[in-house]
Design a protein around this ligand. Structure first.
Ligand code: SF4
Length: 293
C-alpha cells in the first residue's frame, strides 16, 4: 500500500477499508491545526491508487465501504473523482460507499448534476470539518469560508442526496465567545441535515498559529468549563434530529446524544461535570493531549 506521511481517518471509519487517495492538506491555513504540518499536498497517481486497489482485492474482495485518506481528496476535479470511483468499482465489486474528508471549499466547483453522478457511482459519506457556523469564529480560525458558504454548499450535497457529517469545535471562539459560537452554529446547522455531528474541543499545540497568538496575548483560550457550557448551549439550540458524538479524547467529559430525545439527559450529565470537577483538573487533562481529535 502506498501510504505516505500522516494517515488520518475519523474514529467512525474504523471498520472501513483505507486507501490513500491524497496526502496532506490542500489548504493548510486553519490557525488551530497542525495535522499535516510540513507535508506537501499530493493527489495519489492513479497507477498507485489502482495498485492499492488490487492489493485490497487480494485480501478483502468483498469490502463494502472504503475510506479515501488525505485531508481533502474531494478537492479533486469531478473527472478525477469519477475516474477513481469507477476504478474502485472495477476492483471491489461489492463496494457500496466511498467516504472521505471534504472541505466546504471543495464542493464549490462541483455542480449538483456532478454531485448526483458521484453519488450514483458510490461517493457518499463526506466528513466535513466545518468546526463552526459562526461568522466571527470561522474568520478567527481562518477556515476560508463563511456561514453562507456552508449553507449553500451543503444544500447542494442534500440535493444530490450525499450524506455528510459535521465536526464542531468548542473553544474555537476563544474566551467569552463560546455562547455566541454555540448559538450561531446550532442555528446554522439546524437549517441543514448533517447525518451526525462529531464534537472536538480546541487544544493548542506549539506549532500552530493560535498557540503563537496566545503567547502574544492576541488569542485568549476559553476555560474548560466555558467549553462544556458551550457544548450544552449548542445541544440546547440544535433543532434537528441528529446524533451528536462529543466523545473524542479532546472532550474532557465524553458524551453522546440522539437529539432531540436525549437533550435533557446529556445536558444534565454535562452540568454534573461542571458542578463536580475543578477547572484545573480539566486543564491538566488537556495539557497531556497529543493530538487534535
Ligand atoms: S483543519 Fe483540515 S482544512 Fe484546516 S488545515 Fe487542518 S487539515 Fe487542512
Amino acid at each position: 500500500m502506498h501510504f505516505t506521511g500522516r494517515t488520518w481517518r475519523p474514529p467512525y471509519e474504523a471498520h472501513s477499508v483505507i486507501i490513500q487517495a491524497a496526502s496532506g492538506c490542500a489548504y493548510q491555513k486553519c490557525r488551530f491545526c497542525n495535522l499535516y504540518k510540513g507535508e506537501c499536498f499530493k493527489i495519489s497517481p492513479i497507477e498507485e491508487f489502482e495498485e492499492d486497489l488490487a492489493e485490497i482485492k487480494s485480501y478483502q474482495p468483498y469490502a463494502r465501504r472504503i475510506f479515501w485518506t488525505g485531508a481533502n481528496p474531494f478537492v479533486m476535479s469531478y473527472e478525477n473523482l469519477k475516474l477513481r470511483a469507477l476504478t474502485v468499482r472495477d476492483y471491489l465489486i461489492k463496494c457500496r460507499t466511498m467516504a472521505m474528508f471534504a472541505s466546504i471549499r471543495d464542493i464549490k466547483d462541483k455542480e449538483v448534476w456532478q454531485l448526483r453522478k458521484l453519488k450514483a457511482m458510490g461517493i457518499n459519506g463526506l466528513s466535513i470539518g466545518v468546526e463552526s457556523g459562526d461568522e466571527e469564529t470561522l474568520s478567527l480560525a481562518n477556515k476560508g469560508y463563511t456561514p453562507a458558504d456552508i449553507l449553500e454548499q451543503c444544500r447542494k450535497l442534500e440535493e444530490a442526496d450525499i450524506e455528510y457529517y459535521f465536526v464542531f469545535m468548542t473553544g474555537l471562539a476563544g474566551k467569552g465567545g463560546g455562547y455566541r459560537n454555540a448559538v450561531n452554529s446550532a442555528e446554522l446547522f439546524s437549517k441543514l441535515n448533517p447525518y451526525f455531528i462529531s464534537v472536538d474541543s480546541l487544544t493548542l499545540f506549539p506549532d500552530t498559529e493560535f498557540y503563537q497568538m496566545a503567547q502574544a496575548g492576541q488569542f485568549i483560550p476559553a476555560g474548560e468549563k466555558e467549553r462544556i457550557r458551550e457544548l450544552q448551549v449548542f445541544i440546547n439550540h440544535l433543532n434537528i434530529r441528529t446524533h451528536v458524538f462529543a466523545n473524542t479524547v479532546s472532550n474532557y467529559a465524553p458524551v453522546t446524544a440522539y437529539l432531540p430525545y436525549e437533550r435533557e439527559k446529556v445536558t444534565s450529565e454535562l452540568q454534573y461535570v461542571i458542578d463536580h470537577t475543578a477547572e484545573q483538573t480539566m486543564r491538566d487533562y488537556r495539557a497531556n493531549l497529543k493530538s487534535l481529535g
